[in-house]
Design a protein around this ligand. Structure first.
Ligand code: HMG
Ligand code: MG
Length: 302
């Protein structure tokens, strides 16, 4: 079995992480976090979301975040958009890449975006057409691919159906998301193998929340399938406001520790990444969720 030699880490901490914070996080803190993440070598940093501020108040400062980022050449700053309103605001704020987010189940689609899967896809078709016409790149995320908080098991075919639609609309990359972290390596493999029959593996990403402690195992299973793009969150920040009990994404530090150990290139510096994690955890007043960061920091204190 040959694993990929290089992996792209798609950092979602400033968006997926901070969207779930009960206390508001200052705009300057979000901007500083993004700067530290890019200084650590991350080349894709999901910066914010142009969603309804009534639904997700934590992302209400989206335009200010975009205005405050000191853009580094070679780094992309994708932002979430659910509809045309979000796209227009994202473009006005200077976004060059947007992320549309659908779901593999009807119940989750309704809870997260107040529409059916088909209605959501129709909105994304409009978003994609307009974004591509204006020279933006569009990524597609699919929630609840490995289990749904409302419907339970999710068949790989349900994931395939949405993935094919996003592909047909022109999404350059499609992320298979385990929103509530119930997936296990076998389910991960089944989902990726099913989607890879239609969309080439180099355009698929894994997005694993670590609620059940399976995220690293799922990451490894996806690596074995040939997946080489992973979404992760510094210090394991995050969750989803519309998936009760969902905890953060797999910690970027933990994924990096595993990839470094496997000799897989990422371009990310562990010491600088840990410093970014310590910075945001210091502001939030809580310890990191990254096991690797905790262990490395403890060793350094000895
Ligand atoms: P709705 O209430 O059905 O929207 O929400 P609407 O179209 O009926 O409009 C109602 C009001 O919202 C109007 O304002 C619109 O202008 C405004 P009013 O006339 O009442 O003053 N509005 C907006 N405002 C700002 N930005 C917008 C926008 N759109 C409409 N884009 C909507 C529908 C999709 C907007 C809402 O459900 C929403 O914002 N949902 C987003 C939920 C969300 O952000 N969830 C978390 C991110 S997804 C996630 O974390 C999963 C992921 O990590 C992958 C995984 O792990 O699974 C990506
Ligand atoms: Mg997520």
């Amino acid at each position: 079995m040959t694993l990929p030699k290089k992996v792209k880490l798609f950092e979602v901490g400033p968006r997926d992480g901070l969207q779930n914070e009960p206390t508001p996080v200052a705009t300057e803190v979000k901007i500083e976090l993004i700067h530290r993440l890019q200084d650590a070598g991350l080349q894709a940093i999901e910066a914010t979301a142009f969603v309804s501020p009534r639904w997700v108040p934590q992302m209400a400062d989206n335009a200010q975040v975009m205005a405050g980022i000191r853009r580094k050449p070679g780094v992309t700053y994708p932002v979430l958009v659910p509809n045309r309103t979000g796209l227009d605001a994202a473009i006005a704020a200077g976004a060059e890449e947007v992320v549309v987010f659908g779901a593999a189940t009807e119940s989750f689609s309704k809870r997260n975006t107040n529409c059916t899967i088909a209605e959501g896809l129709a909105r994304f078709a409009e978003v994609c057409a307009q974004a591509l016409a204006q020279g933006l790149k569009v990524r597609g995320d699919i929630s609840v691919c490995l289990g749904c908080p409302f419907e339970g098991e999710v068949a790989p075919d349900a994931v395939v159906r949405v993935a094919r639609e996003l592909d047909a609309m022109g999404c350059y990359e499609i992320s298979i998301c385990d929103t509530i972290g119930t997936g296990t390596p076998g389910k991960t493999r089944a989902a990726f193998e099913a989607v890879a029959k239609h969309i080439s593996l180099d355009r698929l990403a894994g997005h694993f929340h670590d609620t059940y402690g399976q995220a690293l195992a799922n990451t490894y299973a996806a690596l074995e399938c040939g997946v080489a793009i992973f979404d992760s969150s510094v210090a394991g920040l995050g969750g989803c406001p519309y998936a009760k009990g969902a905890t953060g994404n797999v910690a970027t530090e933990d994924v990096l520790y595993m990839l470094d150990g496997l000799g897989i290139e990422t371009g990310v510096d562990m010491a600088k990444l840990m410093a970014a994690g310590e910075y945001i955890c210091g502001v939030l007043g809580r310890p990191t969720h990254s096991r690797a960061a905790r262990a490395i920091a403890a060793k350094q204190k000895v």
